[in-house]
Each structure stands twice: as C-alpha cells, then as structure tokens.
Design a protein around this ligand. Structure first.
Ligand SMILES: [Zn+2]
Length: 133
C-alpha cells in the first residue's frame, strides 16, 4: 500500500465516522448502546426498563433503604392502664415515630404511617439510659 492509498483509506474511514456522528453525539447515545449490549435485544431492554420502573426510581429505593435503618422512637406521655376489677394497673407510655412524628405503640415493628423500622431496644429501660451519663 502506497502512502497515497493509506491516506485515502484513512480519509474514507474518517468520512464513515463522521456519518455516524460527532464524538459528542456518540457519547450522548453511548449509555443506550451499552444498555442494549447488556440486555441483548431491544425487547429485552424495554422489558428490563419496565421492571426497574416498577421497582422504583433510585431516589425511591434510597428512601426505602433509609427507612430500614432502625430509628428509636421518642417517648411520649405516660398513661395508666387498669388491668382488672381489683383496680390493679400498670403504667405505659406513648411513643412518637422519630421519622414522621406520628404516635405509635410497641405492637409495631415498622411505623404504620411512614414505614420506618422502629428500634425498641433499651426503650423504656430508664436505668440503662441513666447509666449512659
Ligand atoms: Zn413514622
């Protein structure tokens, strides 16, 4: 191959690349090309995208993950619960969800209003809290 032929070949190749698009244009569509490459076919790509959309956006997934981090509830008011006809009673407390501020009770593992995981450990164990001082 002469220098002239090599030059002509390079020029032809450059023209082909220009027909495809500029570097900026190629970069802007590269994520779609990579996605199609990973998924195999356009139909698979669309199916997988639909599955991801059904799962939720990245922000929604992050928000859900945050709610899985245990949050200690705030202690609310104490109230008396009468247990029987003999007047025996116990004291119980209201609790407030750390995340949404709604009133919750110990029967919940997750806040029924916002879904936050409630950490009941140590809660109501006053002696433990005072030991921390
Ligand atoms: Zn809540």
């Amino acid at each position: 191959m002469t220098n002239r032929e090599a030059y002509d070949n390079m020029w032809d190749e450059l023209e082909q690349y220009r027909a495809i698009g500029t570097v900026e244009e190629i970069k802007s569509v590269k994520k779609y090309i990579d996605l199609k490459r990973r998924c195999g076919t356009p139909t698979n790509t669309i199916d997988l995208c639909a599955e991801y959309i059904a799962i939720g956006t990245v922000e929604e997934c992050r928000e859900a993950r945050e709610k899985q981090k245990p949050q200690k509830p705030f202690k609310g008011a104490d109230f008396m619960v009468v247990r029987g006809d003999d007047g025996s009673h116990i004291w119980e407390s209201d609790y407030i969800c750390h995340e949404c501020g709604m009133e919750i009770t110990r029967e919940y593992i997750y806040c029924p209003y916002c879904g936050t995981y409630i950490d009941w450990s140590k809660e109501g164990d006053k002696s433990h809290e005072e030991d921390d001082h």
